[in-house]
Design a protein around this ligand. Structure first.
Ligand SMILES: Nc1ncnc2c1ncn2[C@@H]1O[C@H](COP(=O)(O)OP(=O)(O)OP(=O)(O)O)[C@@H](O)[C@H]1O
Length: 507
């Protein structure tokens, strides 16, 4: 996507680098992360940011950058933490190595409240995480800001090079985004990033890459694969969208997915194989084994349906690509599908037959793209649903009876959340079976039945999660309906566990 004027973020290895990309995109500009090995092949950026990193500039293997090549871009450069120290050295100053790490908040005292610090509050909190410090400034440098102890924490070298010792990308730097914004104002050639332009580029790119070949994609009914399928359809290429109905879906979900695609005018093929999955899972109660049975069978079923497809499209997103790039120090992208480690995909990839049109977008950008493609909001705002489906909400063995119970309870709970306006306020909600029988009374009779557990969480990225303080009215009504309408359940529980130590799903 070189045509869109972007901000190139060079990765010196900091754990926060991804966040710089995030923040710049939130500010309305397109940003991309580059491994140092890729430099200077970073397209035609309108601005460049050098990230922080774990190394000391004094280390023998300290990451380096050719500043003549950097200069050749002729655009403003911001050095963050390690990036600033490197700048200081390159322009003739010195950095004092230290074993002690300064970690935590500091107070920012700008010399002037203009330029990088236009509109910033006095003594605004910024976040430090570094060991080395700048000890001698080069002639071309001037101090833009210091901390509460008078130590310089922000420098300018000449006209176009800016350095900051703190991390503007983390939320603990209260006005960090504003400072990034002020920096980007120096980049005259930078133009705002609009998802519409991006959509056009992606669609053109798909047409060009696919040509008249046939391309296949798997659709789960979730956001990523739906946006992917609609994009391919919009591009007018020869596409087969395949939905595997493994019988571990929620109530009426298969029907809903088919209807959704029908209403969007995108044809999909359904592979109905619920029975095969139930048979394969028969008697298995080990969570890992259950997952692997489902994953392997999914691969068989999916690839059978694919046949001799010439290309495969996948909904890989930017965080997956970045993660794998920084972990493996390679550009190989992670493919987050059930079929991800299949030799067949690796072969196709080596032959250039795997298409990943969403690989430069974050999740919220995929949603924005979905809106501009006219995908209905109820599809785009769907809660995440795990690949192995209800099997991970059914501890112990998976049987038709158990799945049916979960489906009924889940539908009642989700319906309540929607009715009472809470569905869009929570990240994920579901009912899971507690396969433990307890005694109750139903009518005049003693009952001995299972319990169902309701779970509703909020989360930013699924790495951590907190349970939601739902109104009692929702819990009361859900419980009342489940106990009256669902056979086999005589007890309803609400899960009040955070992640960690619990996980969002049960298995
Ligand atoms: N039931 C299914 N039928 C066909 N393809 C599927 C199915 N489940 C998953 N896939 C494929 O595997 C990919 C990854 O599945 P995963 O469960 O990790 O969902 P995801 O990454 O959140 O994507 P989505 O938002 O599309 O569900 C999906 O994008 C889709 O291409």
């Amino acid at each position: 996507m070189e045509e869109i004027q972007h901000v190139a973020v060079l990765d010196f290895g900091s754990q926060y680098t991804q966040l710089i990309v995030r923040r710049v995109r939130e500010l309305g500009y397109f940003a991309k992360l580059y491994a140092l090995e890729d430099f200077p092949n970073i397209g035609k950026p309108g601005a460049i940011i050098l990230s922080g990193g774990p190394k000391s500039t004094a280390d023998e293997d300290a990451p380096d950058l050719d500043f003549d090549q950097l200069e050749a871009f002729g655009v403003p450069v911001l050095g963050v933490c390690y990036g600033m120290q490197l700048m200081n050295i390159k322009f003739g100053g010195k950095v004092h190595p230290s074993d002690r790490r300064e970690y935590g908040p500091a107070k920012l005292r700008p010399e002037k409240y203009e330029g990088l610090y236009e509109g910033i509050n006095h003594e605004s909190q910024v976040w430090m995480s570094h060991s080395d410090t700048v000890s001698e400034l080069p002639e071309c440098a001037k101090v833009l800001a210091s901390n509460q102890h008078g130590t310089p924490v922000s420098l300018q070298f000449g006209d176009r090079y800016f350095g900051i010792q703190f991390h503007p990308e983390v939320t603990h730097s209260h006005e960090g985004t504003r400072i990034l914004h002020n920096f980007l104002l120096h980049a005259e050639k930078l133009v705002a990033f609009r998802i519409e332009d991006f959509k056009r580029e992606i669609v053109d790119g798909i047409r060009e890459t696919v040509g008249d070949r046939q391309v296949v994609c798997g659709v789960s009914g979730g956001v990523d694969s739906t946006v992917l399928a609609v994009l391919l359809h919009e591009a007018g290429v020869n596409v087969r969208a395949i939905f595997v109905d493994h019988g571990l879906m929620r109530k009426d979900e298969g029907e809903e997915v088919r209807n959704n695609f029908h209403r969007m005018g995108v044809p999909i093929e359904t592979v109905d194989c619920a029975e095969r999955f139930l048979v394969a899972l028969d008697g298995e109660d080990d969570p890992e084994k259950k997952r692997s049975i489902i994953g392997n069978l999914f691969i068989d079923v999916f690839w059978d349906a694919v046949g001799d497809a010439e290309m495969l499209a996948q909904g890989t997103l930017y965080p997956d690509v970045i993660e794998s790039a920084s972990n493996a120090k390679s550009k190989a992208s992670v493919i987050k599908t059930h079929h991800n480690r299949v030799a067949r995909i690796l072969e196709l990839q080596a032959e250039g037959k795997v298409l990943e049109p969403l690989a430069e977008l974050f999740k919220d950008e995929v949603r924005a793209l979905g809106i501009s493609l006219g995908i209905p909001a109820d599809i785009l705002n769907r809660h995440p649903f795990p690949g192995p489906g209800l099997a991970v909400r059914c501890p112990g063995v998976v049987t038709q009876e158990r799945l049916d119970i979960i489906r009924e309870c889940d539908a009642i709970f989700i319906n309540q959340l929607k009715e009472q306006g809470w569905y869009d306020k929570v990240w994920q909600a579901y009912a899971g079976l507690v396969p433990v029988k307890t005694v109750g009374v139903k009518g005049d009779e003693r009952s001995y039945e299972w319990a169902i557990s309701l779970r509703a969480v909020i989360s930013e990225d699924a790495m951590t999660a907190d349970w939601v303080e739902l109104p009692y009215s929702i819990l009361r009504e859900t419980s009342h309906r489940i106990l009256n309408e669902v056979k086999g359940i005589n007890r309803v529980l609400y899960d009040v566990s955070t992640k960690p130590p619990a996980s969002i799903e049960w298995e």
